[in-house]
Design a protein around this ligand. Structure first.
Ligand code: PXP
Length: 242
């Protein structure tokens, strides 16, 4: 089996920056470091309230990263995406006030809107993935309206335990198989961590995962000791002054 590609979502580097309305940390720097460490691509999510990633970040990422850029967005950003031309757009739903994406796109309700968006994006050479629940009905519609890939929402799996978790893994497995049999590329994401990704390695059809929150959270904790040592060394300098 081929390894699963990792697209690193750098949104929460921008969340930190926006907490202080500063110029740093820069999601582009995190993206370059992630690529140097082996990430296959970079994901960012532009939201209606621009609470982390902004238009300028997407443009900079497009210009400077070497791997694939995947822009997550609702259909309101189609014209913007057509100008910036990321390699991929992942269509996601957005509810005003949500903390994070709450579920996959309901293609029964939004089929026409999504189809229109896909047509526009594909005219510009942008590949399109749709974030959906692991549900055959959604997968069929995604195929019908011209998507290149589906990203299966892993959230129900992530929050489940015991028997329910086994059921969720089966659901993801069967959806991945069905999507792949229709010729769609299969991706997965939302809430994934170093621990809960392990059972998903068995699902052969998953080509790529997108992981953000856990990678950024783990990186902060993994880096804090080295950085504190540097600060302590700087402060120690006074002890050597006359
Ligand atoms: N996939 C989609 C469609 C998302 O909206 C998000 C969150 O922005 C992710 C994946 C990544 O989720 P997490 O940050 O929990 O890894």
């Amino acid at each position: 089996m081929k390894p699963i590609r990792l697209s690193v979502n750098v949104d929460h580097i921008a969340t930190l920056r926006e907490a202080r309305k500063e110029k740093f940390p820069d999601p582009l720097v995190a993206a370059i470091l992630a690529e140097q460490a082996g990430a296959s691509g970079i994901t960012c999510h532009i939201r209606l309230d621009r609470r982390h990633i902004k238009e300028e970040d997407v443009k900079k990422l497009k210009k400077h990263i070497t791997g694939e850029l995947n822009l997550e967005m609702c259909t309101e950003f189609v014209d913007f995406a057509c100008k910036v031309k990321p390699d991929w757009v992942t269509l996601v739903p957005e509810r005003e006030g949500e903390v994070t994406t709450e579920g996959g796109l309901d293609l029964v309700k939004t089929k026409e809107d999504a189809e229109k968006a896909i047509k526009k994006l594909k005219k510009k050479g942008i590949k399109v993935s749709i974030f959906i629940e692991p549900d055959n009905e959604m997968i069929k519609i995604a195929k019908q309206i011209g998507a290149d890939a589906v990203e299966l929402n892993t959230n129900s799996y992530v929050i489940s335990k015991g028997k329910k978790r086994e059921k969720e893994i089966k659901r993801l497995k069967s959806a991945a198989k069905f999507a792949s049999s229709l010729g769609l590329k299969v991706r997965a994401g939302h809430g994934l961590t170093r621990q809960n990704i392990i059972p998903l390695l068995e699902i052969e059809e998953i080509e790529e995962v997108s992981i953000g929150f856990a990678i950024i959270a783990d990186s902060v904790l993994a880096g804090i000791q080295n950085i504190v040592k540097e600060y302590v060394e700087i402060l120690m300098k006074r002890a050597y002054q006359k």
